[in-house]
Every structure is written in structure tokens, then in C-alpha cells.
Design a protein around this ligand. Structure first.
Ligand code: AMP
Length: 233
């Protein structure tokens, strides 16, 4: 029979394999496990990747997922998938998307909560891409996460000049055939961005989690700037 040493007991008490462990050995261990779980959740990297349409949120999200193993919610992708399926939600969304307008906040918030809960409790963090887009959405996200003991660790703003956004979106429209990437709808989406979404920069500054990144230039340099923030969360 093998002897097992219990290092946490005074005098390094020995027991035989198969013996029951004394109660004393368990003391404080459950507390430690609970504490570790809380610390893990505090370290969780929930990130809002933020910027105008065409600022590179999707591209940089893919790189973040690969490097950090994070979950990803792109509300635009969720809506496009619903349109493809022909669901009721898809039919509602289509009209707004074609007009370059935002889907109503209450609908978006309920979609977001159900996607987030679908990730379960063990994830390392979620990238929110294309959400929030209004102050009520940001407030709802804060409440939704707080109810689950979570929070946004960083809001990363990709800043890109307007003429470059237009160039990128027109090119994406040609390459992907995305219907809302046409000049008229892009202009409307940029107006909506400035009036409804951009105020979130100030909102997240108040929250103390805003980070500004120059989103123009080499993709790898932009990603390195993002990683410098994420590594320190
Ligand atoms: P995106 O792929 O993020 O550019 O989103 C495409 C379109 O989906 C937007 O122009 C909106 O019509 C709609 N959309 C995506 N995310 C949201 C959101 N968080 N709130 C409202 N509408 C959204």
C-alpha cells in the first residue's frame, strides 16, 4: 500500500491510500475555491470593440478571438443570420438595416442577453462587436452584466477618418455583396453613428474604461496596440 503525505496538516500527517481524509484537511478549502472563482470572473476580459461602420471591428475581433480565446457577439452578424433564415426577427431587422437605421433598443437588448447567456459561465470573456450602439444599450448592457456578476473591462475605440470609412465600405460592398454597403446607405449609417453611437465615447470615459486606438494603418500595428490594452486587463 502507498502512503500519502498531507502537506497541509501539522506534522505532515500520513494516511494510507483509501483512508478517508480528516475534516481538518478540508477546512478553508471551499472558501478558497469560491474566492478563486470570484477572482477568475473579475479577470474576465469583456471587451466592447467600438467604432464607426468600416473601422475594422470585425477584423480585429477575429484576431482577438484567436489570441485570447474569447467569445464573440456581432449583433450585425446575428441579424444577418436571422434575415437569411427568414425568421420574424429577420423580417423586422431587414427594414431597418436597408434604411441604415438602428433596430429598436429593447429588441437588441433581449437578443444580446440570450446570446450572452448561451456562452455559459465558464468563458474567459466576450467581445461585443457592434453593441452597444446607443446610450440606453450601454446602460442595459451594464445592468445585464452586473446581474450576472460581470462587467465591461475595456471599451476599445478604433478611430478612422470618414473618407477612409467610405472607401473601405464601398470596397467591402463590391467584394462581399453586402446590401447595406452602398453609398447612399453608408452615408445614412454614418449619420446614425455620429448622432446615436459616438456619444458612447464620453459615456465610457465616465465609466473609466475607454481606450483610443488609431485605426488607420497597418493591421498588425493596430492589433498590437489593442493587445497592449487587453494584456493589462
Ligand atoms: P453591423 O454589421 O454592425 O454594421 O450592423 C449592420 C446593421 O445591423 C446596422 O446598420 C443596424 O441596422 C443593425 N444593427 C447591428 N447592431 C445593432 C445594434 N446594436 N443596435 C441597433 N441596430 C443594430
Amino acid at each position: 500500500m502507498r502512503e500519502i503525505k498531507l502537506p497541509n496538516l501539522p506534522g505532515e500527517q500520513k494516511v494510507q491510500e483509501g483512508d478517508l481524509l480528516p475534516d481538518q484537511w478540508f477546512k478553508g478549502k471551499e472558501e478558497k475555491v469560491k474566492q478563486n472563482k470570484i477572482e477568475e470572473r473579475i479577470k474576465m476580459k469583456n471587451i466592447v470593440i467600438f467604432g464607426a461602420p468600416g473601422s475594422g471591428k470585425g477584423t480585429q475581433s477575429d484576431k482577438l478571438i484567436e489570441r485570447y480565446g474569447l467569445e464573440h457577439i456581432s449583433t450585425g452578424d446575428v441579424l444577418r443570420a436571422e434575415i437569411k433564415k427568414g425568421s420574424e426577427l429577420g423580417k423586422t431587422a431587414q427594414g431597418y438595416i436597408d434604411q441604415g437605421q438602428l433596430i429598436p433598443d429593447d429588441l437588441m437588448v433581449s437578443i444580446l442577453a440570450s446570446v450572452y447567456d448561451g456562452f455559459g459561465r465558464g468563458h474567459k470573456g466576450v467581445i461585443f462587436d457592434g453593441f452597444p450602439r446607443t446610450i440606453p444599450q450601454a446602460e442595459a448592457l451594464k445592468v445585464m452584466l452586473a446581474e450576472r456578476g460581470d462587467k465591461v473591462a475595456a471599451m476599445i475605440e478604433l478611430a478612422v477618418p470618414e473618407d477612409e470609412l467610405m472607401k473601405r465600405l464601398l470596397l467591402r460592398g463590391q467584394q462581399s455583396g453586402r446590401a447595406d454597403d452602398n453609398e447612399e446607405t453608408i452615408k445614412k449609417r454614418l449619420v446614425v453613428y455620429h448622432s446615436q453611437t459616438q456619444p458612447l465615447i464620453e459615456w465610457y470615459k465616465q465609466e473609466g474604461v475607454h481606450h483610443h486606438i488609431n485605426g488607420l494603418g497597418d493591421l498588425d500595428r493596430i492589433f498590437a496596440d489593442i493587445c497592449a490594452i487587453v494584456d493589462n486587463l
